[in-house]
Design a binder for this molecule. Structure first.
Ligand code: NDP
Length: 495
């Protein structure tokens, strides 16, 4: 067991686990143990939810002006900016994603807090001009209470921030259960929230396993909302666990996104977009462009370009600036990806490049070669199921009509890419593809200002942008009688 022990952050304190037990977190590039984190269970979750509820009801938070809430978020953004290097390194050590990518994410992360800091004093209800001028009707947008946030390991701080920043902006308090693989930066985030001046209990973190710590959070009766990012299978479990309690849930789930290259595209750029879509972050992104469709007339050229670039992707230590692909996040991920490629072979797919696990040139971690599969079709499991690794399937198509049908023939609907120089076609595709985010001649672009939503099995609810504030507030309608006239008839009181 590692010497370095990380405890929960509850009510502004570092709190050891009720059970006294810890679990290890390792560096996936080298398999070295980094630290051990508190193994949370129902008792820890209960303590965190109670603490969050007490802060929610405390006048120092409840009555804080919205402008001041915004100041606190801005200050938190500043602190994250100051610690960007430290946070990026911690995330890379924990999840194996490139330091270059995590550094970029950390530099951009304060913008999320600034965006919601700016929005904090713009949350308000409306005045409704009903027909009776003596009766006023107005609405209030209120915070919900304690929000539970459960997040995955692939971009821990960014995905947690997508929930935390709007939840706090709207006046809620939060209990976070991070992935068991990436506890460290989320605990650090809770410390920074305190340093920024957020009251103890506004941001709580209970670390641990999904079933032991995540499930009790979902099941806690004092929870007002659950906001989850993770697999579709866990999302479905959460949806059924909360269904009878009628609490809100925002679910950001898996994907199997199409990346479509038309004959009129700039094929060199499209090939770069395909490589970025599937091999960036070793394919461990919900938006991975894992199904590539190329018009038959450019299919060979695209294959050649993508395969050539994939074959010379530099795999290695994610801390090294020259590395282009790091390890997968843990042993099961490596096994899962390998299992899918073997399944693809058994289904008749041909591996054009990659197709093998690797130890990353002697580092000993959980690497897998960037892999291109061809001779595949929509009936195969490698094309239908989310692999969450550096594996793309490339398929030819003959017409726009056909590719719309193929692209939409999936249970998922998270994102889609389209490469074309024909504006009319781009416009048509954007409206016909069943996905919450469409990228035209680009891929993986995102911003805290831009709302995103998964269609079909990719999720429920909106993250980012102004729309997400609705997910963290409830609307109250208030009626005020201003008339001094005596009530003549109690049976027609309402106007
Ligand atoms: P999981 O669903 O396995 O886990 C996500 C989180 O849920 C983890 O914190 C996990 O804990 C926890 N959890 C697991 N079981 C339960 C349970 N029964 N009750 C409550 N919480 C539970 O997903 P991954 O961590 O493997 O993340 C990868 C998935 O996330 C992919 O499917 C990916 O597409 C999706 N994703 C979606 C995004 C989006 O915006 N749509 C963005 C990024 C990823 P523990 O770690 O201990 O298992």
């Amino acid at each position: 067991m590692s010497e370095k022990k990380l405890n929960h952050v509850i009510g502004g304190e570092h709190v050891p686990p009720a059970s006294g037990e810890y679990f290890e977190s390792t560096n996936p590039a080298t398999r070295e143990v980094l630290y051990s984190a508190a193994r949370g269970e129902a008792a820890d979750v209960d303590r965190a939810v109670q603490s969050a509820r007490a802060t929610f009801e405390d006048a120092r938070w409840r009555d804080l002006s919205q402008t001041k809430r915004g100041h606190l978020l801005r200050r938190l953004g500043d602190l994250i900016g100051e610690k960007a290097e430290e946070l990026a390194r911690m995330e890379t050590l924990d999840n194996g994603k490139l330091l270059r990518e995590m550094a970029g994410q950390m530099v951009g992360l304060p913008e999320y807090y600034y965006y919601y800091a700016g929005l904090a004093d713009k949350i308000h209800g409306d005045f409704i001009p009903t027909s009776d001028r003596t009766v006023l009707n107005y609405t209030m947008r209120e915070p919900l209470g304690v929000v539970g946030a459960i997040t995955p390991w692939n971009s821990p701080l960014t995905l947690t921030t997508s929930k935390l920043a709007p939840a706090l902006c709207a006046g809620n308090t939060v209990v976070i259960k991070p992935s068991e693989y990436t506890s460290a930066t989320i605990l650090r985030l809770a410390e920074l929230a305190l340093e920024a001046g957020l009251p103890p209990g506004a941001v709580n973190v209970v670390t641990g396993y999904g079933v032991e710590a995540g499930q009790p959070l979902v099941d806690h009766p004092a929870l007002a909302k659950i906001s989850f990012t993770g697999s579709t299978a866990t999302g479905a479990r959460i949806a059924s666990a909360t269904a009878g309690r009628f609490i809100g849930s925002t679910l950001e789930l898996g994907g199997k996104s199409p990346n479509i290259v038309f004959e009129d595209a700039n094929v060199a750029n499209a090939a770069m977009g395909v490589v970025a879509g599937i091999f960036a972050a070793a394919g461990q992104t919900c938006i991975a462009g894992s199904r590539v469709f190329a018009h038959r007339s450019v299919y060979d050229e695209l294959l050649e370009r993508v395969t050539e670039r994939a074959a010379r992707i530099r795999m290695g230590d994610p801390l090294d600036e020259a590395t282009e692909i790091g390890p997968l996040a843990f042993a099961d991920q490596q096994e899962k990806v390998g299992g899918y490629v073997d399944l693809g072979r058994a289904e008749g797919a041909r591996v054009l490049t990659g197709g093998r696990p690797s130890d990353g040139g002697g580092l000993g971690g959980y690497f897998y070669e960037p892999t291109v599969l061809v001779d595949v079709d929509n009936s195969m499991r490698v094309v239908r199921e989310e692999i969450f690794g550096p594996v793309c399937a490339i398929m030819p198509f003959d017409s726009e009509e056909e590719v719309v049908r193929l692209a939409n023939d999936t249970e998922y609907g998270l994102a889609a890419g389209v490469w074309t120089s024909n504006l009319s076609r781009a416009y048509r595709m954007a409206s016909r593809l069943e996905a919450g985010t469409i990228w035209l001649n680009t891929y993986r672009a995102m911003s805290p200002m831009s709302p995103r939503q998964g269609f079909k099995s990719s999720g429920v609810g909106i993250e980012h942008g102004t729309e997400t504030i609705k997910e963290y507030t409830r609307l109250k309608s208030v009626w005020v009688n201003t008339s001094e006239e005596p009530v003549a008839d109690p049976f027609v009181l309402r106007s």
